[in-house]
Design a protein around this ligand. Structure first.
Ligand SMILES: [Zn+2]
Length: 260
């Protein structure tokens, strides 16, 4: 019987894509082409365009025949956004989870994949390990017709973004918003409203996006994470987030749409 499961190949954090006129697409491989090296890890990713799809980790080769090419995750996500964004994120995070949970954190014995799900289990103490997702908040703070934009020292020149941070244990998302805003810029906010969410594989986040209204305080860079933060109107913007696919950019574009 022919193999009807499509394969998405990964090697050293690069995705195998097919070059087409206006960008890239996932090649339609149902069996490994002869020039690919032996598969190391295979995981089912679910359904894609009506067919089952697996992610397969291989070790190369570095050079592949035209029109195929290895593309690093970030540019691959940019090129395949939004249709294949979540699929690539899932593939990437499943592979890193699989590689990073080979041994039990409790007793040190080797773990094994359980069934076909995203689950590894310790052969000795039976502890289960699932892919890790780290929730993070990102918030667009509005003050009349202005938005708070900020930059970290490691951002590319002229790139600005929004206040963001990881959810801590025992915290609600709204509490994280209030804490991060207070810690990073010393402001109080109100009317915290959920907008959207996006998986983000750098390294394993789920970004949960909010808007909030300014409620008090003066901008004060408190914890050293930011090198600049200020209020901007839509016609007076510094540089925007470098990635047009990020949820940060969507929140800023929403603000511009409303105020320009
Ligand atoms: Zn164990």
């Amino acid at each position: 019987m022919p193999n009807t499961t499509q394969k998405l190949y990964y090697s050293h954090n690069n995705v195998l894509l097919e070059k087409i006129d206006d960008g890239y697409r996932i090649p339609k491989f149902f069996a490994a082409p002869a020039w690919l090296k032996k598969p190391q890890i295979t995981h089912p990713l679910g359904m894609h365009e009506g067919a089952a799809i697996d992610v397969v980790e291989v070790t190369g080769p570095k050079d592949v025949p035209h029109p195929y090419t290895w593309v690093a995750l970030r540019p691959a996500l940019e090129a395949l956004y939004p249709q294949l964004f979540n699929l690539l994120v899932r593939a990437h995070q499943i592979l890193s989870w699989d590689k990073n949970h080979r041994y039990c954190g409790h007793c040190g014995v080797e773990t094994k994949v359980n069934g076909s799900g995203f689950e590894r289990q310790c052969a000795s103490c039976h502890l289960l390990f699932y892919p890790r997702i780290s929730p993070s908040i990102i918030v667009a703070i509005h003050k009349d017709n202005q938005i708070l934009l900020a930059r970290k020292a490691n951002f590319l020149p002229n790139v600005y973004g929004l206040i963001a941070g990881f959810v801590e244990v025992g915290e609600s998302l709204e509490e994280t918003v209030h804490r991060e805003v207070s810690e990073e810029v010393g402001l109080q906010v109100k009317n915290v409203q959920y907008v959207d969410s996006q998986p983000w594989p750098f390294p394993d986040s789920l970004m949960i996006a909010f808007t909030a209204d300014y409620a008090g305080g003066e901008i004060e860079l408190r914890d050293g994470e930011l090198e600049a933060a200020a209020w901007y109107t839509a016609d007076n913007f510094p540089g925007l987030p470098s990635s047009s696919i990020s949820i940060s950019r969507k929140l800023i574009d929403d603000f511009i749409g409303k105020h320009r």
